[in-house]
Write a protein that binds this ligand. Sequence first.
Ligand SMILES: Nc1nc2c(ncn2[C@@H]2O[C@H](COP(=O)(O)OP(=O)(O)OP(=O)(O)O)[C@@H](O)[C@H]2O)c(=O)[nH]1
Length: 562
Amino acid sequence: MKLRLRFIIFSLVLIVVSFLAVWASVKSLAENIIEQWAVRYAEKQILFDRERTLQPIMREIVLSRQFASSIVIRAFAENPDDPALRATAIQEMENFRFTFAEANYFVAIKQSGEYFHNDSNNTYAGRQLRYLLDSSRPQDSWFFKLIEQRRNIHINVNPDVALGVTKLWIDVLMMDGNKVLGVVGTGLNLTRFLNEIVASTDEGVTNLFIDSDAAIQLYHDRSMINFASISKDHVQKITAHQLLDSPDDKEKLTQALKQARSKRDLVVSDFVMVKNTRNLMAIAYIPELDWYEVTLIDITKLLPISKFSGIFIVYALSIVSLIILFNLFLRRTVLKPLRHLEQAMAQVKQGQPLNHQLEGQGEIGALMMHFSQMAASVHESKLELEAKVQQRTEALERLSQTDTLTQLLNRRGMSEYLESALIDNQAGFGFIWLDVDYFKEINDLYGHAQGDYALKEIANVLNEQVASSGFCARWGGDEFLACLPQSNDKQLFSVAERIRLLVTQLSLSSASNNRVLPLSVSIGVHLSREEESLEQALHCADSALYQAKAEGRNRVCCYSEG
Ligand SMILES: Nc1nc2c(ncn2[C@@H]2O[C@H](COP(=O)(O)OP(=O)(O)OP(=O)(O)O)[C@@H](O)[C@H]2O)c(=O)[nH]1
């Protein structure tokens, strides 16, 4: 696989892996931030809500306590049959009515079982005694349980069917020392609380208030509110546990309630599943009411992870850009120079010279420069070698065609020339076949070296006479052959005759006895004719030479048929 393709695949894999890593890290980071932020949000919210909730309730509690400590009402509670005390007590109740936030009150007398009540519309003016409490009636059980439990203060939630509102009742025990005289208090419109506090404006945030048994007291879903919870058994109560999905989460709630109660100013938080959604549950204890405020935050709605998509996009784009930039850099500094180097190598491999200097930077640049220099040096050596081989070949060629003694063409050289001249069936090629007369004797009498010398001198004569118009060669031993293209009988004969004459005029003296060598040559000439092969033409010239020898030597004979 090509390096470039491998880099592209590697980069793609890197991009995918980076995306996954970025996604995982941004997600984890975002979740971490969201969780930490949600815990802080819940803590602040819960403390703020606790104060908001407490303020109006605490005011009513303080007033209810003053109400319960009214001397007039307590005197009446101890003597419910006294009409004078009854009248002043009712007057006192009416005075208190206007001090309560919602201008209503109730007074329940233990001794007589009488229940007094008036509301903001003064509906029961003159008829403040509403009814007599009966321990056998379920709707009156709250009163008897409160006295039985001797709870100084109790906040209770109950619907007021007549008014169509839900009331939060503040019940305070009216005491004389250790003796319980009755229960007094006032009611607040729960609907207002629900709207102001419980019905949170933030999406994904649910607030609820639960009592010490985790029974729901304030919640946006009224069907889940545990009305008159004091008069119910534990099993009948609708508790906050029912909002949670799993037994584990319910246990978490139980533990969190314990922890919140033990550390009063602490907001306890944990993650739980509510309707298959992960929620942060934050709990704070409200000792003044003996209630808990529970805040459930669906963090995916309050701060969805999609809000972090910008970070993810920027992060991912940065990484992808870096990878692309790195790729471009790699391509420019490594891949492109390597491709050029590869092309140059292929060029050198095919024996072509590099037509340009390779350029690059750093280590690859140095490598390319060394390769360029090496390629240039290899090419130079190759050219030099080729030139030498050519020279040697030509020299060898020449050597193989040259007679070393006379420097004329040898028989092989002459044969090649005759073949290349296409003499077959061509008229006008003149042949001069020459043989030294009595050469054996010259050798014998004057020595072999003298014989060689004689051969060289004869060769010179032949060459001088023929070179301008033809070729001559030493055919072998003391025989020479000359060929004159585009010749005629007259010219041929005249050249041959001149050669013969010049040879006789050569005055070669012997080194040993100072005598002039008697040199002569016999020559046979023949002019080629049409429809005559080279072989036939040579044969004719040879026949003419034979004739010259036969006729007494030192003569020129032309070939004649017959
Ligand atoms: N010095 C010398 N002698 C050579 C060379 N080649 C051949 N010869 C001699 O040349 C002589 C040729 O003799 P032939 O052609 O047979 O006869 P000839 O003596 O020339 O007599 P005719 O040709 O009949 O006139 C031989 O004795 C060869 O040894 C050579 O290169 N140098």
